[in-house]
Design a protein around this ligand. Structure first.
Ligand SMILES: Cc1cc2nc3c(=O)[nH]c(=O)nc-3n(C[C@H](O)[C@H](O)[C@H](O)COP(=O)(O)OP(=O)(O)OC[C@H]3O[C@@H](n4cnc5c(N)ncnc54)[C@H](O)[C@@H]3O)c2cc1C
Length: 442
C-alpha cells in the first residue's frame, strides 16, 4: 500500500495539513497552480487567536499580525449602528496573509514537505471508485495513497471526480458570495470615523453584505462588496457609491485589491471523503456561512485529518472507512454549528424589507447573537434572553414567532449535522446525507 500523499493547493489549509502529515511520518508533496508570491491575498484577514493553540501550533511572529477592531453592524435602512464593543483581548487577530503564507511554507518545508509551484493538478486518477493519484497539467502522472484536495471552492480536482463517488462536484453559485475587495486611498483631512469597521447587512436591501473599514495604518479605506451568486458592474458601482456617501474616508485612488473573488457561504458539503481522497478547507465549504471566514476551520480540519490517518481503525489509513472518521469528527466539532448558522444566513437574506432593521433597531437580535453567528457558533438563548427579545419585538409578533421557529430548526439541524452515523456504512451515510441536506433544498 502506498503511504505517500498528494496535497492540491498551497494556501494555509494545504500547508498546515501537509506539515502535520509529514511530521506524522507520511511522504507529502504539495502541488500549487500559482507562483508562491501570488497564493495569498495582499491584505489582512481575521482569525481567532485560540486556533493556534487548538491545533497545537505556536503563534505566528508578532510582526505578521495585529489586532482587529470591533465590528459595527449596519442594517439596510441604516437607522442604527450596532457596535460589538468587545474588549481588546477578545478581538480577533488580523493576519497579513502573504507573510502568514510564507511562514506556513517555511514550517512545512522544515518538516520535509516538498512544494511545487506553478504546477497545477489536472484531475484525479480514479479506478473502481478508488482515487489512485493525480495527473498534473504538465502530463506527469503521480500515483498516491491519498489525494488531499485543498484546491478551494472551485477545485478542478473535485470537479473531475466521477459521479459514482457521490461527492458534490460543483458548488451552486447561489451558495457563494461574489466579492470585490478594494483598498482606496484615504483623502487627507478626513476625520477618523467613529465606527472604524462597518459591516452592512443586506446592504441597500440587496442579497449580500458590504463593509467599509479603516486600514490598520489608517491611510486607506478597505471596501468589500459581496453579493450572493453574482454581482454585475452596475450593482458594484451602486453599492460603492452608497458606501462613499456614508464614509468620507473612501478616496478615488485604488491602492490594492479590486479583483473579483468567490467565497463559499454554505453548510459543509455532505460528503468529503472517498477511498484515497479527502476534501479540506474551502473545497469542502468549511467557511462560516455568515461572513465566509474559513482559515481557522481549514486549519483545524487539517489537524483532524492528520490525526485520523495517523491512528487508523483499519489496516489502510486512506480507506473510506477510516477517512470517514475525519468527516464525522469535523461535523461534530464544527460543521454542525456551521449548518445551523447557514440556516440563519438564509433566513436573513430572504427576510422581508424592514425586518432586519426592526430586529437590530429594537435590539431583538442582540450583540451577543450577532457575535456568535459571525463566529460560526450555535445560537443559544436563555429563557430570560428569549423573554427580553419578546418584549422588545412585541410590535412584530409574527416576525418574532418566525424567528423562534428558526431557532428551533437550527437546533434540530445542528443536532442532525453533528451526529453522523458512528462508523462508515454506505446506506446509513446516504440516509444521514438526505436528512442533513433537507432543510436547504431549494
Ligand atoms: C475578500 C475575502 C475576505 C476574507 N476574509 C476572511 C477572514 O477575515 N477570515 C477568514 O478566516 N477567512 C476569510 N476569507 C476566506 C479565506 O480566504 C478562505 O476560507 C481560505 O483562504 C481558504 O483556504 P484554503 O487553503 O482552503 O483555500 P484557498 O485559499 O482557496 O486556496 C486554494 C489553493 O489551491 C490552489 N489550487 C486550486 N486548484 C488547483 C489545482 N488544480 N492544482 C494546484 N493548485 C490548485 C489555488 O491556487 C489556491 O492557492 C476571506 C476571503 C475573501 C475572498
Amino acid at each position: 500500500m502506498k503511504r505517500n500523499i498528494i496535497v492540491v493547493g498551497a494556501n494555509q489549509t494545504g500547508l498546515v495539513f501537509a506539515a502535520f502529515a509529514k511530521t506524522a511520518g507520511f511522504d507529502v508533496t504539495v502541488y500549487e497552480a500559482k507562483k508562491q508570491c501570488d497564493v495569498a491575498y495582499d491584505w489582512t484577514d481575521d482569525m481567532v487567536e485560540e486556533t493556534f493553540e487548538e491545533v497545537g501550533m505556536p503563534l505566528p511572529p508578532k510582526e505578521i499580525y495585529t489586532r482587529k477592531r470591533n465590528w459595527t453592524f449596519v442594517p439596510p435602512e441604516k437607522g442604527v449602528n450596532v457596535l460589538m464593543d468587545l474588549p481588546d483581548d477578545q478581538l480577533d487577530m488580523a493576519i497579513y496573509r502573504r507573510p502568514f503564507n510564507a511562514w506556513l511554507l517555511s514550517r512545512a518545508e522544515c518538516a520535509g514537505v516538498k512544494v511545487f509551484y506553478e504546477t497545477p493538478v489536472k484531475h484525479a486518477i480514479v479506478e473502481n471508485d478508488v482515487v489512485l493519484g493525480a495527473e498534473l497539467e504538465n502530463g506527469e502522472v503521480v500515483p498516491a495513497g491519498l489525494v488531499v484536495d485543498c484546491g478551494g471552492v472551485n477545485s478542478a480536482v473535485r470537479k473531475s471526480l466521477p459521479e459514482s463517488l457521490k461527492i458534490t462536484r460543483n458548488v451552486d453559485k447561489n451558495d457563494t458570495f461574489i466579492v470585490r475587495r478594494t483598498f482606496f486611498n484615504r483623502p487627507e483631512n478626513t476625520a477618523r470615523p467613529k465606527y472604524t469597521n462597518r459591516a452592512y447587512l443586506k446592504h441597500i436591501n440587496e442579497r449580500g453584505i458590504s463593509w467599509c473599514t479603516l486600514s490598520h495604518d489608517e491611510k486607506q479605506a478597505d471596501v468589500l462588496i459581496g453579493r450572493v451568486g453574482e454581482m454585475s458592474d452596475k450593482t458594484y458601482e451602486n453599492a460603492l457609491a452608497d458606501i462613499r456617501r456614508d464614509n468620507e474616508i473612501v478616496g478615488d485612488k485604488i491602492i490594492t485589491g479590486g479583483q473579483l473573488l468567490q467565497i463559499p457561504v454554505r453548510h459543509p458539503l455532505s460528503r468529503f471523503v472517498a477511498n484515497g481522497y479527502a476534501l479540506l478547507g474551502d473545497s469542502a465549504c468549511m467557511t462560516i456561512p455568515m461572513l465566509g471566514s474559513g482559515m481557522a476551520s481549514g486549519m483545524k480540519a487539517g489537524k483532524m485529518l492528520s490525526e485520523v490517518i495517523s491512528s487508523p481503525v483499519t489496516e489502510n489509513p486512506f480507506s473510506v472507512e477510516n477517512l470517514y472518521r475525519y468527516q464525522a469528527r469535523f461535523m461534530k466539532e464544527i460543521g454542525g454549528k456551521h449548518a445551523a448558522v447557514d440556516m440563519m444566513k438564509n433566513w436573513l437574506l430572504n427576510s422581508k424589507k424592514g425586518d432586519v432593521d426592526f430586529l437590530l433597531g429594537k435590539g431583538v437580535v442582540s450583540r451577543k447573537v450577532l457575535i456568535e453567528a459571525s463566529a460560526g457558533h450555535m445560537i443559544v438563548m436563555s429563557p430570560a434572553e428569549m423573554a427580553q427579545a419578546a418584549v422588545k419585538g412585541i410590535a412584530k409578533l409574527p416576525l418574532l414567532l418566525n424567528l423562534a421557529v428558526l431557532l428551533q430548526k437550527m437546533k434540530k439541524e445542528c443536532k442532525t449535522a453533528s451526529n453522523m452515523p458512528k462508523y462508515y456504512d454506505e446506506a446509513a451515510f446516504s440516509k444521514w446525507e438526505e436528512k442533513y441536506e433537507k432543510p436547504f433544498r431549494k
